[in-house]
Ligand binder design. Structure first.
Ligand SMILES: [Mg+2]
Length: 371
């Protein structure tokens, strides 16, 4: 049955933006725009996304993606994709609810749980404190894989403080033992020569995943590191342009592709990257660095794609570090034995918190023929 889009609403604060889409058949779907500067993104939703799709059929999600991007082809900047993610993820919610399936099931998956790695977002944490909290989390949630930060973000070969990188790798390995999988993220820290030097040290400690060793806008640098090291080099979290993705997989810039659903513009375009990577036998380990809906979107996709990486990123930062994550939706993420439980309720399987919605900035774009 056809359904037409009759309204698009945003519920926003500076960090977080939700989007509700309603149809003339009385159905509604919830999505999320990209986190951070979400108030700016909401303006883009109402200026550059909603006007192009209001009144159109909601049935063909791929077509709606194309309509927005073709109408906005003069402004293909990152904010259009950040905004498009709200539309796309709301449409996937509606389509899955219609079928009485979770989005993961609609995509052909049915995993009852998804293995995760415990992901630290902090760089100013001492090696001792990082290793301590990993150990406590391992005991509480059964994590067996951990990611921590090395180098300095966009660091030009400089460490966060002298000696931190080697000290943290050594400390975490000693404290957690040889049974755990260790991943590190350099966030564009190094030139190729320095990245390869650090990479050899990481390999000596059995670290298996080296993320974003070089500035991400220097793919040829990253490829040198990928070619030189035995360990997996990964990247791609900032990239949303299909030309860049095509180049990344064609020329094997990284061993593991890490698109972010919200930076990509939603589920549809993330699936496109995943299938592009699959053709080159590149696994996809989605980037999801906070506990908003991005982690949920990523879990549903990882549970369904054939080239899903070994684990889903799962942020270990609580409300002390990211207070804006509080009380957005229920139920909360459930981690047992190092895996995220997948309840497979219809759609995204969540309820948004009414109080959070009431406290947000609310804006509506209606279909023009409402009156
Ligand atoms: Mg990263």
């Amino acid at each position: 049955m056809n359904m037409n889009i009759i309204s698009i609403e945003t519920f926003t604060n500076e960090y977080m933006g939700l989007l509700r889409l309603r149809t003339d058949t009385g159905e509604e779907g919830w999505g999320q725009t990209c986190t951070y500067n979400a108030d700016i993104t909401a303006q883009v939703v109402h200026r550059q996304v909603a006007p192009h799709v209001l009144g159109l059929s909601a049935n063909d999600i791929g077509l709606l993606n194309r309509v927005v991007l073709e109408r906005e082809h003069k402004f293909p900047g990152t904010y259009v994709y950040r905004a498009l993610c709200g539309l796309d993820t709301a449409l996937w919610d509606i389509h899955a609810k219609r079928e009485g399936k979770s989005v993961c099931q609609l995509l052909g998956g049915n995993a009852i749980s998804i293995p995760v790695y415990a992901s630290s977002m902090q760089r100013n944490i001492s090696p001792e404190a990082e290793a301590e909290r990993f150990l406590a989390l391992k005991e509480e949630f059964g994590y067996s894989s951990f990611k921590f930060r090395v180098g300095k973000e966009c660091g030009n070969d400089i460490d966060q403080w002298p000696g931190r990188t080697e000290a943290i790798v050594k400390r975490v390995r000693e404290q957690l033992g040889d049974d755990v999988t260790l991943l590190v993220d350099a966030n564009s820290a190094y030139t190729p020569a320095k990245a390869i030097e650090v990479g050899h040290m990481l390999q000596d400690y059995g670290v298996s995943h080296f993320e974003e060793p070089c500035p991400y806008w220097q793919p040829d640098w990253t490829r040198q590191v990928t070619d030189a090291l035995d360990m997996d080099v990964s990247g791609g979290e900032q990239d949303h342009d299909m030309r860049i993705w095509q180049h990344m997989v064609n020329t094997k810039v990284v061993d593991i592709a890490q698109p972010d659903v919200c930076y990509m513009g939603g589920v549809t375009r993330t699936l496109e990257v995943a299938s592009m990577a699959q053709k080159y036998n590149i696994p996809v380990t989605l980037h999801c660095a906070n506990l908003s809906l991005v982690t949920l979107f990523s879990a549903h996709i990882m549970g369904a794609i054939p080239n899903a990486g070994k684990y889903l990123e799962f942020s270990i930062e609580g409300l002390d570090y990211y207070p804006w994550q509080a009380n957005i939706f229920k139920p909360n993420f459930d981690i047992q034995n190092g895996e995220l439980i997948m309840p497979h309720k219809p759609g995204w399987g969540i309820e948004l918190d009414p109080e959070w919605l009431a406290l947000s900035d609310h804006k509506v774009s209606y279909c023009g023929d409402r009156f």
